[in-house]
Design a protein around this ligand. Structure first.
Ligand SMILES: [Mg+2]
Length: 294
C-alpha cells in the first residue's frame, strides 16, 4: 500500500485546484460571446475564487442558508463569470445554466444576482459591498459567532472613497472576522492603475488603516493555500491579502492587453481560445472588434 506524506497530499490538493480552475476558465471563456463579458478581469481572479469556494469558505449547497455559513461578497461584480463558473462546477447550480448568460429568461448576467444559488448579494456600483460585508461582520461579532466574511475587490475599485471610509469603520470595530482580498491585476478598465490614479505603496496604505497585510501570487495555489490557512482571525483587526494577478491569465492572446477588457468574440474565436487555453494551439489571432473606452 502506498504511503503518502503531507507534502504529497498538499501537492495532490493543489493539482486538483489547478484542474478545477482550468475547467472554470473554459466556462468563463464560453461566456465571452453573444454579448460578451469582462473576460480579462474574470480570468485574473478565478484562481482566488476557486480556492475560496473549494478550500476556505464554510459554505456549500447544504449550508447555503445556514446561519453558521461563511460569507463571500464579490464587490468587483463585473467579474461574475468567474463566480458563476466556480459555483456551477461545485454543484450550486447546473452547468447548463451558464448557457443562459445574458438571456432574458435567467439571472445569469453581468453582475452577481442573489437569485442565483451561492451568490450572497448583488453588486453593481463599485466600492459598496465592503460596507455590506462590514455590516454582516459586525452582526456576527454582536452575536458572538465565528463566521468569516470575505470580500473580493478589484484594484481599480480602491479608487472609490467609500472603500476607505468603510475601512475606518472596520478598524474602529476591530473586525478581525473580515478578510479583504484584492485582485491586484494592475488594470482598471482599459488603463493601468498606476498611470491613472496610482495606488502604490498599497501595503503601507492598508497598514495605515490598521489592517493586517499579506501579499501573494494570486495564481500560485501553494502560496494561496499557505497564506489563507495561516490567517489567525483573532488579531483584533481586519486582514487584507493583496493578490498579484495577471489580467487574462491563461490566454496569452489577451493577457495584459488594455483593449481586451471587455470581450465579445465570435463562436469560432471562442473555440480557438479554448484550444489556446489547453495549449493545443499557439496564440490565437483575434479579429473581433476591440472595445475602446476613452
Ligand atoms: Mg483591476
Amino acid at each position: 500500500m502506498a504511503i503518502y506524506n503531507r507534502y504529497d497530499m498538499e501537492n495532490v490538493k493543489h493539482e486538483i485546484l489547478k484542474k478545477r480552475a482550468l475547467s472554470a476558465r473554459e466556462q468563463v471563456i464560453r461566456m465571452a460571446t453573444d454579448g460578451g463579458c469582462f473576460l480579462g478581469a474574470s480570468l485574473s481572479c478565478i484562481d482566488l475564487i476557486v480556492y475560496l469556494y473549494s478550500e476556505f469558505l464554510k459554505i456549500d449547497m447544504n449550508t447555503i442558508d445556514s446561519i453558521e455559513r461563511d460569507y463571500f461578497f464579490l464587490s468587483k461584480g463585473h467579474d461574475v463569470p468567474a463566480l458563476y463558473a466556480t459555483l456551477s462546477d461545485l454543484g450550486f447550480f447546473e452547468k447548463q445554466r451558464l448557457l443562459n448568460h445574458l438571456k432574458t429568461n435567467d439571472y445569469i448576467y453581468w453582475h452577481p444576482n442573489k437569485m442565483i444559488p451561492g451568490v450572497e448579494f448583488h453588486s453593481g456600483s463599485l466600492g459598496h459591498l465592503i460596507s455590506v460585508a462590514i455590516g454582516v461582520a459586525l452582526d456576527i461579532k454582536i452575536r458572538l459567532m465565528n463566521n468569516k466574511v470575505v470580500v473580493l475587490l478589484g484594484d481599480g475599485e480602491l479608487n472609490e472613497g467609500s472603500v476607505w471610509e468603510a475601512l475606518l469603520v472596520a478598524n474602529a470595530y476591530k473586525l478581525d472576522n473580515l478578510l479583504l482580498v484584492i485582485d491586484r491585476n494592475q488594470f482598471q478598465a482599459n488603463m493601468k492603475t498606476e498611470s491613472l490614479i496610482p495606488l502604490e505603496p498599497l501595503e503601507s496604505k492598508f497598514e495605515a488603516f490598521g489592517l493586517e497585510v499579506y501579499s501573494i501570487d494570486g495564481h500560485n495555489f501553494q502560496e494561496i493555500d499557505e497564506t489563507f490557512q495561516g490567517l489567525s482571525f483573532n488579531s483584533k483587526r481586519p486582514t487584507v491579502i493583496i493578490a498579484d494577478t495577471i489580467r487574462g491569465k491563461g490566454l496569452p492572446s489577451i493577457e495584459e492587453k488594455a483593449d481586451r477588457w471587455f470581450c465579445n468574440f465570435s463562436h469560432k474565436e471562442i473555440e480557438n481560445l479554448i484550444d489556446e487555453l489547453y495549449g493545443k494551439t499557439l496564440k490565437t489571432e483575434l479579429t473581433s472588434e476591440k472595445l475602446i473606452v476613452r
